[in-house]
Design a protein around this ligand. Sequence first.
Ligand SMILES: Nc1nc2c(ncn2[C@@H]2O[C@H](COP(=O)(O)OP(=O)(O)OP(=O)(O)O)[C@@H](O)[C@H]2O)c(=O)[nH]1
Length: 561
Amino acid sequence: LSEFPVDRIRNFCIIAHIDHGKSTLADRLLEMTGAIAKTDKNKQVLDKLQVERERGITVKAQTASLFYTHHGQQHLLNLIDTPGHVDFSYEVSRSISACQGVLLLVDANQGIQAQTVANFYLAFEAQLTIIPVINKIDLKNADPERVESQIENVFDIPREDCIRISAKLGTNVENVLQAVVERIPPPTAIVHDPFKALVFDSNFDHYRGIVANIAVFAGHVKKGDKIVSAHLGKAYEVNELGLLCPQEHPTQKLFAGQVGYLIAGMKEVKEAQIGDTLYHQDQPVEALPGFKPAKAMVFAGMYPVDQSEYPGLRSAIERLTLNDSSVTVQRDSSLALGAGWRLGFLGLLHMEVFNQRLEQEYNASVIITAPTVPYKAVLSSAKLIKNRRGIQNNMMYVDDHRVMMKYLFPLNEIVMDFYDLLKSLSSGYASFDYENAGYQAADLIKMDILLNGRPVEELTTIVHRARAYSTGKAICERLKDSIPRQMFEIAVQASIGSKIIARETIKAYRKNVLAKCYGGDITRKMKLLKKQAEGKKKMRRIGNVEVPKDVFINVLKRKEN
Ligand SMILES: Nc1nc2c(ncn2[C@@H]2O[C@H](COP(=O)(O)OP(=O)(O)OP(=O)(O)O)[C@@H](O)[C@H]2O)c(=O)[nH]1
């Protein structure tokens, strides 16, 4: 690929509420531009991570360069697929910074939802061209008329701008490609200026070191060039670069306006900061503004199951945070668990996904403590919504049937399971998004959970005084259900200071794994014992009690009717 005329380049992403069909539309766009073969097996091709495939959600933004001929002229369209879940909105804002336009995708049946609004404002504030696309018009209950009215009401975009499609069947998807070329402006990149690129994503490859995804804002870069990263001022030689189609496609050069990948002998995670600027060694440029650091909302301790695994886990966490820079990491240590880290996440799903990626991509086994939210402490010594200490702030009608309400909530009330509950109470109709509203004074106390008298650090929580008894009781009951019976009786207690406020008992029981091996087959015996020992690795010892490690998260999820 030689230099591509900048006026025939378009950088865009698809933004939408979760499940409105971004990844499916991306599949169709890839097929129609020949980036991937057209088969019925193309399902969410850009969702490459194992966790994405298992959960059916997009976690990481992915990039693909597509070639599309419009009025006889070849255009280069750089598509960035973005995640829809509220916990991953940081990825959305990063993607947007490399684009000039967005496809705002709305489900023809569900209409505008919480993340549709949040993502719209991200794009709107960045002054991008917004193309409204109404998806799933093939559904029996599709009501594109109504969704167009919502788009007019809420976003002030004329209904004539909307494109009605079915990403699943491919209906009208060609019109989307045309609109991308016709409505979105090309990047304002200048090919003759000195090279300047934004690192908008990076990941660690076991064989090649750090692979940075870059958007070239000016000039060009080629193999063998000496480049500098503005953040550390360190120089590197470019070993490889190319386009993402969506597979890596090595090229000789990358030019202004293009988006691609670059490998330049960066070995350490801190060398490829997301938001960093790259330039030629002999032609320094002013660094780009970079990104606002993501604000962690949920914190949890993370420890190796065995302290000997500490160094391995440290490098796994470092490499994974390179690919997910919204996670904050601080070293921490605990009497019971040894050396570890305190990690900050954007939400609970984010934390679970991070944990799963550590296990799947880095083969790491970790103990994660119960998540907490930040509190500011002063030391001296209605439904669902009323239950969660919510205060209504404002309300706006999206159309006759839908209302958007804003509430002020204590973060700890919504972090664990509010989203799941809201969904089930409203049969899936309600949707939810949040932003930080600052600290507020509240009557909070510290509650400990004890197993046979030993406090379980990971389950210590801060609760509202009025809710201490019911929460303590519920946690004890859930612990009783989730801790397997052991050879002795276990007392499960909740306490405030020295006062016990709830108690459950787990009866004794002996699990003899050898019971089924009648005779003396020693290898079989060893196998079973080894299996049991491996099972125990997933356990954490508190005093003499073995606790399965997933208990720590599950126990704190509330179940309300
Ligand atoms: N009937 C119908 N179903 C569709 C259409 N487009 C997508 N879907 C379905 O909607 C579901 C969600 O689609 P995805 O493409 O995974 O949605 P997404 O917005 O990428 O979801 P996240 O990446 O998790 O945010 C899948 O089951 C798709 O098959 C469509 O045009 N018609």
